[in-house]
Design a protein around this ligand. Structure first.
Ligand SMILES: [Fe+2]
Length: 382
């Protein structure tokens, strides 16, 4: 049997789409909405219009924004307490991957009980979640369309991957206007996250034609627009392309899962409060080189999608062009640094490697990897 499954939320995409927020939540039966955001998004001025749209639809609101980059399990617990104490019946996130993943995790615990560790891994959620609408303010995480929530276990210092169809939001409202206020550094880091999602899901062992088409188109869009989006934060065309690229990479990885890069970054991000996209930039080219023998044909397609000329080259040389294209993009957007530069110590590598082989994302990496392989990759990425 060759069966593939594919899930996405309802998607409302385009400049001005945020105006659909109130109607969307209302249509899902909400009366009092728990709005999850963070300090940066509030400062950027996006929470006010979001609340206005919700109030205009006759909805009450409660705001929760006590969370950090790489959100922690105890931050989610505080959110659950506030959600339950304020009698909310729906959840909206306005923000990047952190508020979105926290919103999903609050929705999960508010209805299913227990602690997040009970749901780590794949398909462990049993009861339905409250209605969820997500409006991303960054182009990278793709969480607005995915069945993933990634939360730091503060005791174990690692990121837990919670993967379930129940975590797919009901409605994703993707408004490229909302990307305008993030700075160039964040545009680069989040764009790199989107590229890593697209590449890892494209070569994933669980990839299907339905995921591959989204992943490859995302790679094309990112190769074409990320540099421009980093240089000029007001370039609406580049922002729109990046919003689309991030979203469709999210659709791809939500359904095909990821690979060794994410299995490794989840460990580093749990230890060092660094932007996940920067960690991806340090690790992805090395994982691609490791995966190359298993991905000759797909890497050639990535090289082509990124604009490389591969005519007349051997399969291996053509495939390796994909790694060159990714490395130059990383250089051009200012993210060329090693894990050592962002604070990782060589002494941390053995523990991180042991944890990485237990991460759900490693299962779909196109080339098998043992602890020793992951250790070597960490050392190369230093
Ligand atoms: Fe990611």
């Amino acid at each position: 049997m060759n069966i593939s499954k594919f899930v996405t939320p309802e998607i409302i995409f385009g400049c001005g789409a945020l105006s659909q927020l109130g109607e969307s939540a209302s249509r899902l039966g909400a009366s009092k909405v728990f709005v999850v955001s963070d300090a940066g998004v509030i400062k950027a001025g996006w929470i006010e219009p979001a609340l206005d749209y919700l109030h205009a639809a006759g909805l009450e609101t409660e705001v929760f924004a006590e969370l950090t980059t790489n959100p922690k399990d105890y931050e989610v617990s505080a959110g659950v307490e506030q959600y339950l104490a304020t009698d909310c019946d729906a959840i909206v996130a306005v923000g990047g991957g952190s508020p979105t993943d926290v919103a999903k995790a609050i929705a999960l615990l508010a209805t299913n009980g227990g602690c997040l560790q009970d749901y780590e891994g794949i398909n462990k959620i049993i009861r339905p979640l409250p209605p969820m609408v997500i409006a991303p303010t960054t182009a990278g995480a793709g969480s607005e369309v995915s069945q993933f929530a990634i939360i730091v276990d503060a005791e174990r210092n690692l990121k837990m991957s919670i993967i379930s169809k129940s975590l797919v939001p009901d409605i994703a409202i993707v408004d490229p206007e909302l990307l305008r206020t993030k700075d160039s550094g964040l545009a680069a880091a989040t764009g790199m996250d989107a590229l890593t999602h697209a590449i890892e899901s494209f070569v994933s062992l669980a990839a299907t034609p339905l995921t591959e088409m989204h992943a490859l188109r995302s790679i094309e869009l990112i190769a074409d627009s990320l540099r421009r989006a980093v240089v000029d934060r007001n370039d609406l065309e580049a922002n729109t392309d990046m919003a689309m690229a991030s979203m469709i990479a999210g659709i791809a990885f939500s359904n095909a899962i990821l690979g060794a890069t994410h299995a490794m970054t989840h460990q580093v991000d749990g230890l060092i409060d660094q932007h996940h996209g920067e960690t991806n930039a340090a690790i992805l080219p090395h994982v691609m080189a490791y995966n190359l023998p298993a991905c000759l044909e797909k890497f050639q397609r990535i090289a082509l999608a990124m604009g490389a000329c591969v005519a007349g080259l051997s399969a291996e040389t053509a495939a390796s062009k994909a790694i060159g294209m990714v490395s130059s993009l990383i250089e051009d957007i200012g993210l060329a640094q090693g894990l050592g530069d962002i604070g990782l110590k060589a002494a941390d590598i053995p523990l991180l490697s042991r944890n990485a082989v237990r991460d759900a994302c490693l299962v779909t990496n196109p080339r098998g990897a043992e602890v020793a392989d992951i250790e070597s990759l960490f050392h190369l990425a230093m």
